[in-house]
Design a protein around this ligand. Sequence first.
Ligand code: NDP
Length: 400
Amino acid sequence: MSRVLIIGAGGVGRVVAHKCAALREVFTDICLASRTLSKAQQIASEVKGEIEIAQLDADRVSDTVALIRSFNADLVIHVALPYQDLAIMDACLEAGVDYLDTANYEPPDQARFEYRWQWDYQQRFQSAGLMALLGSGFDPGVTNVFCAYAQKHLFDEIHEVDILDCNAGDHGHPFATNFNPEINIREVTAPGRYWEQGQWKQTEPLSVSREFDFPEVGLRRAYLMYHEELESLSLHLKGLKRIRFWMTFGEAYLNHLKVLENVGMTGIEPVSFQGQEIIPLQFLKVLLPDPASLGPRTQGQTCIGCLIHGVKEGKPRRIFLYNVCDHQSCYQEVKSQAVSYTTGVPAMIGAKQILTGQWRQPGVFNMEQCDPDPFMNDLNHFGLPWQIKEFGADEELLQH
Ligand code: NDP
């Protein structure tokens, strides 16, 4: 018997609700809570069997504590926005339940991606005997588990990791983002950063790019970006010399983004408009297509994986460990496109590891700190099968 409270009825929340509701032997009772009740209602009407719903503003810690207690939850799966991470962690501590999220905390007024704020909860979760599992989406999430699996089974030493994220889906809009536009644009317009020989190196936003031949998708140009899993993986992978993150973007996306940036529409500082303060990026979010509406119209695939270079039994080895996911197959299964699907499925699988005791331990953990094997098996069972492609150790795979 386990009772799970899902917070956030957006694109990812829909997938988590569908997947948990289809696995009642683990998730016996489910409550989906969100700011806008009608969105939770809609999802509840789609999923298998009955789930409860509730209206909740998760910025209000006392309201979240009251809901956790009245529903008698064992675990909170937080798939609202990164701004709520700390408030929901506080509520979990007060109510005495485990916590899981898919994105690290961001203060609303600064686009900074750091685990520091959440790692600071280590002592409190440990002494309360509770677990907080951070970043159980795809990237972060599956990419961290891929690295842990490679470290455990495929390499004696890992020297270089390049995380490559390609969404080759076409939604037919001139410009749209596949997950929350505010979070997405904050991430993409931030300076690039990667870790090499113990040091962080910074690059201008989207100024460094390489071409990579993605399995089943083909040659795509990917841009160097900072991504939060670099922070934890650079600490937890032994013998690592360099780790970078790359994401593909089409030309139309980049051109629109440049124009929007040039005219100030991606700013997060308030501006005065007709006697009212507005934040340009939040206004832009209202104008852009709702990511949840992209599901029925997105065709094509995503391919996300880790290109890993290291040594096995004294010989150099280079592999790409990856998953390919099809937008239309996801839509047919859970009424969401692949970006929400590839995030929601790992959130459900991470929750399963906690509730079945496979991963449960007191403290705050990143995914690569847990045993990758049960999670990797579950990826194959629950819709995100992975594959390994071997390359010659000297092949130049990231072309200028
Ligand atoms: P959406 O914007 O589609 O959904 C967010 C939902 O959370 C909305 O329903 C929203 O309510 C609700 N919400 C926002 N604020 C609150 C609040 N204060 N209290 C209660 N509910 C709230 O986002 P996505 O589903 O695309 O993304 C969800 C999370 O997943 C984000 O944190 C995102 O960063 C993360 N993510 C992680 C990825 C990974 O691979 N690790 C990849 C993609 C996303 P309302 O409808 O009222 O606005």
